[in-house]
Design a binder for this molecule. Structure first.
Ligand code: ADP
Length: 239
């Protein structure tokens, strides 16, 4: 069943078409990796889906509802959640408090329910043991996990992930990869992850890969197939 439809989206910055007629669909529980060189439009696409940008043309449809004109906080309440690459926690709050704040603001829960949902999210990312520690004391990898827990505390149906692997050690990358797989396998959460670094490793995890270049989708399909498309090889070899 279709969860998200992006239809003919154009987003311009002055004379530049950062997105130049992008269309794709995402199914429930599906995990899609959006890859493409720096400047190809990946971030802009995520911003159009979560409502940071309104497209100049085209539509974004979530669960059959046109959300093109809806601001980010309303989309968050519908279940579109974003986890950022550079986490920005409240350093003087504990790990648990940080996630509770996410549950209250993004999930719209009352305090008690928010704590329950937050604890559940922390267990999922394996940060539960550190719940009473100050967020400011976490390692970089733990901050990533905290950011993910914050996004999960909104009980998302669709999780938008900025580059989540950059800056992690090989072991941490494996752990994050397993975590991302569990999101869709165990939780049925759909995810769109943009990937620039360690492109092959991350793309292999995905059910489907979308390759962008100059604001357009130039290839789409199962990882092996999409990444071996001659146009994709050409873009990555820099011709
Ligand atoms: P990616 O995430 O793939 O690196 P972006 O979506 O960030 O690509 O950028 C796509 C293009 O749009 C780039 O040429 C970038 O310089 C331009 N761009 C992105 N955001 C803005 C903005 N706020 N103002 C002007 N140009 C922008």
């Amino acid at each position: 069943m279709t969860l998200l439809k992006v239809e003919n989206v154009v987003k311009k910055f002055g004379g530049l078409r950062a997105l130049d007629g992008v269309s794709f669909e995402l199914g429930r529980g599906e995990f899609v990796a959006v890859v493409g060189p720096n400047g190809s439009g990946k971030t802009t696409l995520l911003n159009v889906i979560n409502g940071v940008y309104k497209p100049d043309e085209g539509r974004v449809v979530f669960e059959g509802r046109d959300v093109t004109d809806m601001p980010p906080y309303k989309r968050a309440r519908l279940g579109i959640s974003r986890a950022f690459q550079v986490p920005r926690p409240f350093p003087e709050l504990t790990v648990l408090e940080n996630v509770v704040v996410g549950a209250i603001f993004n999930g719209g829960y009352g305090k008690e329910e928010a704590v329950r949902v937050a604890e559940e999210a922390l267990r999922f990312v394996k940060l539960y043991e550190k719940r009473h520690q100050l967020a400011g004391k976490l390692t970089f990898n733990e901050l990533r996990l905290l950011e993910l827990a914050r996004a999960l505390a909104g009980r998302p149906k669709l999780l938008l992930l900025d580059e989540v692997m950059a800056g992690l050690t090989p072991t941490e990358i494996d752990e994050m990869a397993a975590l991302l797989r569990r999101l869709s396998d165990e939780r049925g959460i759909s995810a769109i992850s943009m990937v620039e670094h360690r492109m092959r490793a991350v793309a292999q995890l995905a059910d489907r890969v979308i390759v962008m270049h100059q604001g357009r989708i130039i290839a789409e399909g199962p990882p092996e197939k999409a990444l071996s498309d001659p146009r994709v090889v050409e873009v990555y070899l820099g011709k």
